[in-house]
Design a protein around this ligand. Structure first.
Ligand code: NAP
Length: 485
């Protein structure tokens, strides 16, 4: 019988009011139910928000460095369980074990980084125009914040929202994705064991429409941080905007890697394979378009296809696997649908293109890493996010053409360039429409201590992670203090 996991409300592990659960299925072996999770409804959300509102003044009254200490303790607990938590993540999400462990490590680093923010939380002291007046700003928490997270980074994203929210003095209600709720639960478990006061963190599972909508509508919620698809994010924005509360949306991407003719082609192919296919292409920052100068196109394609064909696809718990499955049947269907669309649009299939079947493959949602050549900017495969291991190659006549192609999508999350030409690299950095820019590195693989976020339709609101994260979770108060009368 699979383990039943509960919601965490007011410091207690509780069943939802309907007592109904839903299964979390291993996408590499659909016979395995990783766990049963609470199918919460509006009344559960209501209660969690009320609890968080009641707990907030007490939590905010703790000195910020003491709030940070709970994050440090939770980080210790998570570190002692890293291997097990990595396995949990591979079983619920499908990414390979090394990728999963690296993500848990990142969540631990995030807890430590924001634990340290407890003792920083810098603000400004600014000179006054008037005599004997001392002016400064201070940070105040917002209140209760609602956090809604996706399945693809099921530990890191909940961590990078919860940690700054908490250290900033807010209480939290978090709803993780239904496809991978266990990894976020493990973070909450660690905070619980670290002794965090009851009501500071509240965790609920259940359908996005039900839990998510009730959460953002609750009057106690003073800010919403969402990561997920553009479709849901845009709808959520309309809902939240009516309440004039703070909102942060991190959504899709169609991230390009530009390869210039001076590049080391073997190196460039490695950058593309990593960016496009690691984590089964299910990263918001994954590379889904390669823009390649004509002079090197054919030679690079040859190397890239050879490397891609060598990738081992399988259950991420097995050693030596390069790429796990799609997260569920629906994502697999989307991958295969876009492969068909690309063929019909006239793109040239260079490798992959099929669902993998036979043996262990029949138990999971496995698809081949796939590359299309001769892609042009008006094709759907060049414009729409697939969120799977499908890479579209586009030919550029020269650098200006490469910039035009790279900027031709409505998204602007991450972008990279492979080149040793310093002038071109700087021109790329200045001209590319993306929030995250990498040079001679894949489009994915960002670090927690730097700000994260995109431009155009990828993101809305303030940056996450790094020193800017607290700006979203705190409000600035300005003080003018005259110390004479
Ligand atoms: P999703 O379907 O939009 O779901 C994201 C979260 O929203 C889940 O917790 C989901 O709950 C919830 N939700 C669904 N409908 C809702 C509603 N009506 N109101 C409130 N919440 C609702 O996205 P996903 O499939 O999990 O994740 C993949 C997407 O996330 C991709 O587009 C990817 O690019 C994007 N992403 C972006 C970033 C970034 O930082 N820019 C990072 C990672 C992923 P259920 O799971 O219960 O449906």
């Amino acid at each position: 019988m699979p383990e039943v996991f509960r919601n965490y409300v007011a410091g207690q592990w509780v069943e939802c009011k309907s007592q109904k659960t839903f299964p979390n299925i291993n996408p590499a072996d659909t016979d395995e139910v990783v766990g049963l999770f609470q199918a919460s409804g509006p009344a559960d959300v209501q209660e969690a928000c009320d609890v968080a509102a009641k707990a907030q003044p007490g939590w905010a009254a703790l000195p910020a460095p003491r709030r940070g200490e709970y994050l440090f303790k939770a980080a210790e607990i998570l570190e002692s369980r890293l291997a097990k938590l990595g396995e949990d993540m591979t079983r619920e999400e499908g990414k390979t074990l090394p990728e999963a462990k690296a993500e848990v490590k990142r969540a631990i680093n995030i807890f430590r980084y924001f634990g340290g923010e407890g003792a920083r939380q810098f603000s400004y002291q600014i000179p006054s125009e008037r005599e004997n007046v001392f002016c400064y700003t201070m940070r105040k928490p917002l209140g209760v914040v609602g956090l809604i997270t996706p399945w693809n980074f099921p530990s890191a994203i909940p961590a990078w929202k919860m940690a700054p929210a908490l250290v900033g003095g807010n209480t939290v209600v978090i709803k993780p994705a239904s496809l991978a709720p266990l990894s976020a639960l493990r973070l909450v478990e660690a905070l619980h064991e670290a002794g965090i006061p009851a009501g500071a963190v509240n965790y609920l599972t259940g359908g996005g429409g039900t839990v998510g909508n009730t959460l953002v509508d609750h009057p106690a919620i003073r800010a919403v941080s969402f990561t997920g698809s553009c479709e849901v994010g845009n709808t959520l924005y309309d809902r939240v905007a009516r309440r004039k509360i703070r909102v942060q949306l991190e959504m899709g991407g169609k991230n390009p890697t530009v390869v210039l003719k001076d590049a080391d082609l073997n190196y460039a192919a490695d950058v593309l394979v990593n960016g496009a296919f690691f984590s089964t292409g299910q990263k918001c920052t994954a590379c889904s378009r390669a823009v390649i100068e004509r002079a090197i196109y054919e030679r690079l394609v040859e190397i890239l296809v050879a490397k891609t064909r060598k990738m081992k696809v399988g259950n991420g718990l097995e050693p030596g696997i390069d790429m796990g499955p799609a997260v569920d049947a629906s994502q697999l269907e989307t991958d295969l649908k876009y492969i068909e669309i690309a063929k019909q649009e006239g793109a040239k299939l260079l490798c992959g293109g099929n669902r993998l079947t036979g043996g262990i493959y029949d138990k999971g949602y496995f698809v081949e890493p796939t590359i299309f050549g001769n892609v042009t900017p008006e094709m759907r495969i060049a414009q729409e996010e697939v969120f799977g291991p499908v890479l579209a190659l586009m030919v550029a006549e020269d650098f200006d053409d490469a910039m035009r192609l790279a900027n031709s999508a409505r998204f602007g999350l991450s972008a990279s360039i492979v080149s040793r030409d310093l002038t071109r690299v700087h021109q790329f950095i200045n001209g590319i429409q993306a929030g995250l820019i990498t040079v001679n590195l894949p489009t994915a693989g960002v670090e927690y201590q730097l700000p994260f976020g995109g431009t155009k339709e990828s993101s809305f609101g303030m940056r996450e992670q790094g020193p800017l994260a607290l700006d979203f979770y705190t409000e600035t108060r300005t003080v003018y203090l005259k110390y004479t009368q």
